[in-house]
Write a protein that binds this ligand. Structure first.
Ligand code: FPP
Length: 245
């Protein structure tokens, strides 16, 4: 079965790890004279399509920023709507994702979420834990500084207990303490809606990422937009700090 491509992309040179900041749901809702929750609902539809296609074209890892530690400060009705969408998403998609051999990992502190959401996320991780296809990471109640601080604390505890010495702390060992342990670094970071910020997302993992900032609002981000971002990534020269040949 041939996979339709909506921009000239080379399936042999795909970014291993794509991360997306799905920005612009609020503005999309305003444009359509809808409540903000409807923007997030439309955003969930876009996300379904991007996940499915990432699996189909052979992306190794896809990380989506669904809810940051700072998002708790939004109006209660919006937070409740997002929590409900997250729950609905896991309940409605889990069978198909599992069938597609997708392995789900949650980045962030699940214990800080309402009980139902926490249980659904844990169940999704457990059920898909042995899958070997797309690594789907969903960041929920996530903040990168908190992730890094927690990694440092875990290592400090290992030193304190005598399990390791301070000189054993290497980049590789540090990486193993992160939510994304063992996964490739982010190659391509996409943020929609024209904003050009990282907003406390994957600070370590994005060290050598290529950034693409399409102006489209997240609910309007479709497969054409996605493949255009990948094509742009494939057109970039990556040097990883080295001098060009
Ligand atoms: C940013 O748009 C988007 C979010 C804070 C939430 C993203 C969540 C989803 C797409 C759906 C829920 C997730 C799952 C996993 C089902 P914004 O509201 O900040 O947009 P604005 O800047 O235009 O106001």
């Amino acid at each position: 079965m041939s996979i339709p491509l909506y921009a000239p992309i080379d399936l042999e040179r795909l970014p291993k790890h794509v991360a997306i900041i799905m920005d612009g749901n609020g503005r999309w809702a305003k444009q359509h004279k809808l409540k903000v929750a409807m923007g997030h609902r439309a955003g969930t539809e876009a996300l379904r399509e991007i996940i499915r296609n990432s699996s189909d074209i052979g992306i190794q890892a896809l990380t989506l920023y669904a809810f940051s530690t700072e998002n708790w400060t939004r109006p209660v009705t919006e937070v409740e709507a997002l929590m409900q969408l997250i729950l609905d998403f896991f309940q409605s998609e889990i069978d198909e994702l599992d069938e597609k051999n997708v392995r789900i990992t949650i980045l962030g502190d699940k214990t800080g979420l309402p009980e139902k959401q926490c249980a659904a996320l844990m169940e999704a991780e457990k059920r898909t834990g042995g899958n070997t296809g797309l690594r789907l990471n969903i960041a929920i109640n996530y903040g990168s500084r908190a992730e890094l601080t927690q990694a440092a604390r875990k290592l400090a505890e290992k030193v304190k207990s005598g399990e390791i010495n301070p000189e054993d702390v290497t980049e590789a060992l540090f990486e193993q303490q992160l939510y994304t342990a063992g996964q490739p670094d982010v190659d391509l970071m996409i943020r929609t809606s024209g904003e050009m910020r990282l907003s406390n997302f994957l600070l370590w993992q994005c060290s050598y990422a290529e950034f693409v900032f399409p102006t489209v609002l997240w609910p309007d981000f479709d497969l054409k937009q996605y493949h255009e971002c990948i094509a742009e990534f494939q057109g970039r020269k990556r040097r990883f700090g080295k001098r060009e040949e």
